[in-house]
Every structure is written in structure tokens, then in C-alpha cells.
Write a protein that binds this ligand. Structure first.
Ligand code: LAN
Length: 769
């Protein structure tokens, strides 16, 4: 497998990358696009008339996202780290949006747009022409062509991945649904790639699901998704409420649609669908014995092969359960309860939904249940726009409806850690950022929680069907915005930490004077701490959205061949650290509030961090790539306990892990293959700014005495900075479920700024040549 040419046409706003697509592809006028940000709800709009363009001028941030060149001036060249940090901040602060947050494209996964486009197609509610044009452009730009991943013409699971059936069949279908001709040379190439991989029949479960409801495949090819699992009593170890929220929220509408065996009404008469039936397979469509291909999958897609147990369960479901035992009354009950849960999800998020996989599926469920004119369908259709983002390569679907809270909380922390937060010229920036966080904190629990039998105040992690098994949220923050409405452990922690940092910041000349007003009152900070206290697992660690509710053995039922570790919540050093370090800070501010519980939380959590370290000194990261990311967090946890290079063998081992892998140019670069394989894999393009910054932060937190090595890394960060203070986009930064990568373009600003400032605080701000 090749990993060549990362960073080229990688889907980010870099002015210098060379797109691989034919330049004469139709495109819209980039100067007519505007990002609207309505209290963190972000949507892109294409202005039709010159008058509109005059009324709504393009911003620096718009231009940056669109790769148009910001026109920001060159700054005096930085000689010292803090100056470089400040140049970085000068650039980055210009990208802050009116409500106070930062935004960015949040692309990477290549399986999201297809679900949206298929849903809009079968419901007869297409996107506007400019949106369609830009989506086509994006998908072609992400195609593996030229020297990108062997140039075989396919698409992978994510923008940097090798071609596989899931990406290729679904993106090919999407382009066709958007009107692209099958005779376009790139489409021919894509088909050749698809046939080499065995055709769409070799696709994973999710591909078969989408193509069946579109009417290109037949439902017999889809392994069962029985909604009756939702009727299991809560104590049953495999009951869906115990699964990771993303799995159960996808399984929910998927099961509803599967149960109805719903198919696009015009499938048999629509000429496009009839053509797709000929284009996606290596054999004539009419001859396909669908049921025989339920388990067919190409090796390129089969990252996580189905277990023997799941194969057995599927076999029994198909041969015994469905034909003989799945009585109509049971089906009806299962569908009714699923529908209720779908409605609860929609109600809790005003139809935004958890993520862009379940969102279009829920829209289709509403369409099936309530018809095309229903409010639910119309609202869903509007909400789809929250996921769409226009970048320089075209229009993509983001992994969530944005990264608002997360990047904003980190931006504040970077300003604090560098000491730049005390400078008057950044006060407005900081205040606006905290005002944004204030606006986005959840102030109410999920619908039904307060009337449920598990209600308590302060809340616990107990859940119930009465409120759709949702985790408590009063006082929490989500990853993106308030509309989406899901508590995330580390998002709550990082936002709370950022708020406390700002609200306790004192004047360097007069430490009795705080610099900022109280934006979020004490009571609400305490609610946030209450939420964090509900997030701990028995192991001491924290997970992402909820504490772990089911056994890891549920992984035996993981039906989505393309992802690993998806069935339940796991222990993560990143989330654990965020909670530990924030509770530590909170406890210093309010030493009497739930002090014993906080102490116990921190002790057991840090103990877990210690035991989670690998023999070679590293920690495996699940949300950023990979060991460089997790190591930064784990060492921060240890530092809160005073555990550093000087007094801890463990910390020394962690530092050696990094120093042994430092590149000759002083930086670090780790490939996404680390996430897939669980072993350190060097980045094919060498050092990466973001990962170098992560390691600098880690080593400074660990109080590594190896100043020379760290200074070399700092030098690399400074050399890669552009004269206007910017850093350019390099390889992809984030990951989920081990196999799918996702972009965090603001990391290239946030973490270098923070690393430069932290280095200077630790070692002094001497000139670096
Ligand atoms: C995210 C993005 C943020 C991320 C962090 C906060 C960084 C992490 O520390 C905790 C987990 C979380 C919230 C997270 C979980 C999974 C998400 C939502 C994503 C990686 C973004 C996209 C992904 C989601 C699962 C994509 C849809 C795909 C499915 C398989 C349903």
C-alpha cells in the first residue's frame, strides 16, 4: 500500500497545493460564497447578484477557507519564540468569527456526502446548482488520480486513503446522481478501479444499505439490522442503549428503514438508477443472486472482518428469525419504538442530529413515516446544510456540524499558556471567545430526563428509556454547537478549563486584580464540574460521550467492516486528561465543592493513565494521530500530580520515546498508519508542524531537561511559519475508529502558538536563528 504525496490536494485551504483535477471543471465564482454564522450554526451561501455581494462583503476568514489568499500583511520576522507565537496569533485572531468562535473545514471521511446525496435524491429534494457544482468538484479533487495513491481512479475511506469499494462505489454513485456523465474519463477510470476491487457487491454493510434503498441493489444483500433489538430489556448485556452513541444512533434509523425494506419509489422507472444497475457491477444486474453476496467484501474494505459470532447470528437471523419468528406484531412494536426514539433524537437537537450519518437517515425515516410535506422532513433538509462546507477544493461534508466549541476552547488555552492573554490587544479576542462558550453551554438536560425515574441533582450517569437513554447535559458543552446538544467529556472539560483560565487571569503588574469580568457565573461552572463527575468509568478513565455501558466483547457484533473499536465506549487518555486537568484547576478555584469526589476522581484517573502507558513509554491516541497526540495529554495528567522527568521513571520513558523518534530537522512526523496498526509509523513527508508542536508541549510539560532537542523543534516551527504569521496545511491530523482520518486545520495554528509560548516560559525567550 502506498502512502505517497500526502499533503497534496489533501482538501485543505492551502494556497500552494496543486489540485489534480482538470482545471476546466465547472466551478462557481469563489468570491460569491459567504459563511453565515448564526450563534455557531454555520452555513455557506452563494450570492446571486452584484447587489447582494455589495451588501455582504467577503471576510478575511471566508477568503482563508476558500484558499483565495487573505491579503494579510507580512509581519516583522520573528527571531524569538514568543514573537513567532505572537505573529501566529496575529494571523489566527483575524480568523475569529463574529460570534467569537473559530471555524474550519472538517473534512476527511469520504463516506458522508454519499449518504446525504442519496437521501436528497430519493426524497426528490436536490441541493442548489452552485452546491451541486462544488460537490462534484470536491469529489473529483479527492479522487486517487495522478500520483495520489497509485492513481487508480478510486476513492478511499478518507481523503488520504487507498481506494476501496466503499469510497469508490459510493462516490461514483454520488457523482452520477449529481448529473456527471459515465463517459467522463475520470468516471471510466473509477469504474475500472471498482471492477478491479470486485464491483459494488464487494462493498461493506453501509454501502449495501445505501445502494439498496436507492434501488440499485436488492435488500437481500444487506445483513440484517433488526430494530427489535430495541425491545430487549435494559439489563440484557447486548441491549443497544449500551453501545457507543454513534453506533446506536446509526443503527436506529438504519434498522427502521431496513425493517420496512424501503426503496426509492421510482427506482424501476428512473433511467439513472437503471444505468447505475449496469455500471456498478461486474456481472449483469439481472443475474445477481443477491443473498449470496451478503458477506462479500473486498480486502481493501475489510479493516475489521466480521467475527464468527456475527456470521453465525446473521445466518440464524436470515434463515430462522426473519422467515419464521419475526411476527408482524413484533415488527410493528419494534418499528413504533424505533420511531419514537428517532423523534426524541430529532427533538433534542432541533433536527441537527448527532452526526451526518444518522442525520440523513433520520430524515429518510421522517419522510417514510410522515411524508414529503411534513415539518420534520423540511427541517431536516434545512439542517443538512449545517454539515456542508466549502473549501478550496469544493464542497464537502464535515464529520460534525463544525468544531466550534473545541477549537475555541483550545485557542483560548493557547493564548493563556503563551502569556499573550494578558496583552491588552488580545482582550477583545479572548472575551469574545469566552462569550461564545457562554452562549453554547447547555443549560437544560435532555427532554424527559427531569421526569424520568433516574433524575437526580447533581446528576448521575444513570440513563433510562424515558429520555431516550441520553446522557445528562445541564452545564456541559458539546464538540460543535449548542444546537447539536450532545455532552462530550473532553469538550466540556476543555471549555470549562478555558473559561476558568480567562476568568481567573490576573494583571501581571497587580496580581490582586483580575483582567476579565465573570462571563460564566459560578453556578454554571459547578454544573459543568458536576457533568465531569458523571463521566468516569470504573477503570478510572473517561470515555467520549458517556461512561462505558457495555462489554468490549460487544465488538464481536461490530457489523461495519470498515471501522475498529466502535461498539462501546472505551477508555481514552485524551478524554481522561482533559477531565483530570480541568477538575484539578476547578478544585483550586472552588476547594470546597465536592472536594472528596474530585480528589478520588483525579487519583483514580491518573492511576489509569499510568497503567495505560505502553512498555516503550508511549500512549495510543484515538482522536489525533497518534502517539504524539496521546503522549501530549498523558504527560499533562502526570504533570498535575507533580510527576516529571526529574522524579519519574515513567515520564523519562515517555520523553525517550519521543526523543528517539525526532527527525534530523528537529521535528516529528507520524503517519496515520500508526492509528491503523498500533505501531509508530513515520510520516512519509517527514516532520509535521502540528505533531512537532504536540511533542514540544509534551516535553515541556514533562520538564524534559533536553533543551537542545526541544530548541531544534522550536526552530522548525519558526522556519515553517510564513511571513504573515500563518502555517500552511500539511498532512491530516485527526482520526476516529482507528481507520478513518479527519482534518483539524486549526491545529496548525493553535498548537504551534502554544508550543512556542510554553517553550519560552520554560527555557527563556532567547533568539533562535
Ligand atoms: C469526533 C470529533 C471530536 C472528538 C474529540 C472531542 C476530539 C474526542 O476527544 C472525543 C470524540 C469526538 C467527539 C468525536 C467522536 C466521533 C466523531 C463524531 C468525531 C471523530 C468527528 C466525526 C466522528 C463521527 C463518528 C463521524 C460519523 C461516522 C460514523 C462512524 C457514525
Amino acid at each position: 500500500m502506498s502512502v505517497r504525496n500526502r499533503g497534496q490536494s489533501n482538501g485543505h485551504a492551502n494556497e500552494s497545493t496543486k489540485p489534480l483535477h482538470k482545471r476546466d471543471d465547472p466551478r462557481t465564482d469563489p468570491y460569491r460564497w459567504r459563511l453565515r454564522n448564526d450563534r455557531g450554526v454555520q452555513t455557506w451561501h452563494y450570492l446571486q447578484t452584484d447587489e447582494e455581494v455589495k451588501q455582504w462583503p467577503i471576510t478575511v476568514a471566508d477568503k482563508h477557507y476558500l484558499g483565495l489568499g487573505t491579503g494579510l500583511l507580512e509581519l516583522p520576522p520573528a527571531k524569538r519564540p514568543v514573537q513567532a507565537a505572537e505573529n501566529g496569533l496575529k494571523f489566527f485572531s483575524k480568523l475569529q468569527l463574529e460570534p467569537g468562535n473559530w471555524a474550519c473545514e472538517y473534512g476527511g471521511p469520504m463516506f458522508l456526502l454519499p449518504g446525504i446525496i442519496v437521501t436528497l435524491y430519493v426524497t426528490g429534494m436536490p441541493l442548489s446548482q452552485p452546491e451541486q457544482t462544488e460537490i462534484i468538484r470536491y469529489i473529483f479533487n479527492m479522487q486517487n488520480l495522478g500520483d495520489k495513491n497509485d492513481g487508480d481512479g478510486g476513492w478511499g475511506l478518507h481523503i488520504e486513503a487507498d481506494s476501496a469499494v466503499f469510497g469508490t462505489a459510493m462516490n461514483y454513485t454520488t457523482l452520477r446522481l449529481l448529473g456527471v456523465s459515465p463517459d467522463d474519463p475520470r468516471m471510466r477510470k473509477a469504474r475500472a478501479c471498482l471492477y478491479d476491487l470486485g464491483g459494488a457487491l464487494n462493498g461493506p454493510h453501509w454501502a449495501k444499505f445505501w445502494l439498496s434503498l436507492l434501488g440499485v441493489m436488492n435488500w437481500e444483500v444487506v445483513n440484517p439490522v433488526p430494530p427489535e433489538l430495541w425491545l430487549l430489556p435494559d439489563w440484557v448485556p447486548i441491549a443497544p442503549w449500551r453501545w457507543w452513541i454513534h453506533m446506536r444512533q446509526v443503527f436506529l434509523p438504519m434498522g427502521f428503514i431496513w425493517s420496512k425494506r424501503w426503496v426509492y419509489a421510482k427506482a424501476d422507472t428512473d433511467p439513472l438508477i437503471r444505468q447505475l444497475r449496469q455500471e456498478l457491477f461486474t456481472q449483469p444486474h439481472d443475474d445477481i443472486a443477491w443473498a449470496r453476496y451478503r458477506n462479500a467484501i473486498s480486502p481493501a474494505d475489510d479493516y475489521n472482518p466480521k467475527s464468527w459470532l456475527l456470521n453465525l447470528v446473521n445466518y440464524l437471523l436470515v434463515l430462522v428469525w426473519i422467515p419464521y419468528l419475526r411476527f408482524d406484531w413484533l415488527v410493528e412494536r419494534a418499528e413504533r419504538w424505533s420511531w419514537k426514539l428517532i423523534q426524541m433524537e430529532d427533538a433534542n437537537s432541533d433536527y441537527a442530529d448527532l452526526a451526518p450519518v444518522n442525520s440523513p437517515m433520520n430524515m429518510l425515516a421522517c419522510y417514510i413515516e410522515e411524508g414529503p410535506e411534513a415539518y420534520s422532513v423540511r427541517r431536516h433538509r434545512e439542517r443538512i446544510h449545517d454539515f456542508l462546507w466549502l473549501g478550496k477544493d469544493g464542497m464537502m461534508c464535515c464529520g460534525t456540524n463544525g468544531v466550534q466549541n473545541w477549537d475555541t476552547a483550545f485557542a483560548v488555552q493557547a493564548m493563556y499558556e503563551t502569556g499573550l492573554a494578558t496583552k491588552p490587544e488580545y482582550h477583545q479576542t479572548l472575551l469574545k471567545a469566552v462569550a461564545f462558550l457562554e452562549d453554547q453551554q447547555f443549560l437544560e438536560h435532555p427532554v424527559g430526563y427531569e421526569q424520568s425515574p433516574v433524575f437526580s441533582d447533581p446528576p448521575t450517569a444513570k440513563t433510562s428509556p424515558q429520555h431516550g437513554y441520553r446522557h445528562v447535559r445541564k452545564g456541559a458543552w458539546g464538540f460543535s454547537n449548542k444546537a447539536q446538544g450532545y455532552t462530550v467529556s473532553d469538550c466540556t472539560a476543555e471549555a470549562l478549563k478555558a473559561t476558568i483560565m480567562v476568568q481567573t487571569l490576573t494583571d501581571p503588574n497587580d496580581p490582586s486584580k483580575t483582567l476579565f469580568p465573570v462571563v460564566i457565573p459560578e453556578q454554571r461552572l459547578k454544573w459543568a464540574a458536576d457533568i465531569l463527575l458523571t463521566m468516569q468509568n470504573k477503570s478510572g478513565a473517561c470515555s467520549s460521550y458517556e461512561p462505558t455501558q457495555g462489554s468490549e466483547r460487544l465488538e464481536l457484533l461490530n457489523a461495519a467492516e470498515v471501522f475498529g473499536r466502535i461498539m462501546v465506549e472505551y477508555d481514552y487518555p485524551e478524554c481522561t486528561t482533559a477531565c483530570v486537568t480541568t477538575l484539578h484547576r476547578f478544585n483550586q478555584l472552588y476547594p470546597n465543592y465536592r472536594a472528596k469526589e474530585i480528589r478520588r476522581f483525579i487519583d483514580t484517573a491518573v492511576q489509569w493513565i499510568r497503567t495505560n502507558q505502553r512498555a516503550d513509554g508511549s500512549w495510543y491516541g484515538s482522536w489525533g494521530i497518534c502517539f504524539t497526540y496521546a503522549g501530549m495529554f498523558a504527560l499533562e495528567s502526570l504533570a498535575t500530580q507533580g510527576e516529571t522527568h526529574a522524579n519519574s521513571e515513567r515520564v523519562r520513558r515517555a520523553c525517550s520515546f519521543f526523543l528517539d523518534r525526532q527527525n534530523a530537522d528537529g521535528g516529528w512526523g507520524e503517519s496515520y498508519r500508526s492509528c491503523e496498526t498500533g505501531q509508530w509509523c513515520p510520516h512519509p513527508d517527514g516532520s509535521q508542524v502540528v505533531q512537532t508542536a504536540w511533542v514540544v508541549i509534551a516535553l515541556v510539560r514533562a520538564q524534559s531537561p533536553d533543551r537542545e532537542a526541544i530548541a531544534r523543534a522550536v526552530r522548525l516551527l519558526m522556519r515553517r511559519q510564513r511571513p504573515n504569521g500563518e502555517w500552511l496545511q500539511e498532512g491530516i491530523e485527526g482520526v476516529f475508529n482507528k481507520s478513518c482520518m479527519i482534518s483539524y486545520p486549526n491545529y496548525k495554528f493553535i498548537f504551534p502558538i502554544q508550543a512556542l509560548g510554553m517553550y519560552a516560559k520554560q527555557f527563556g525567550d532567547a533568539e533562535i536563528d
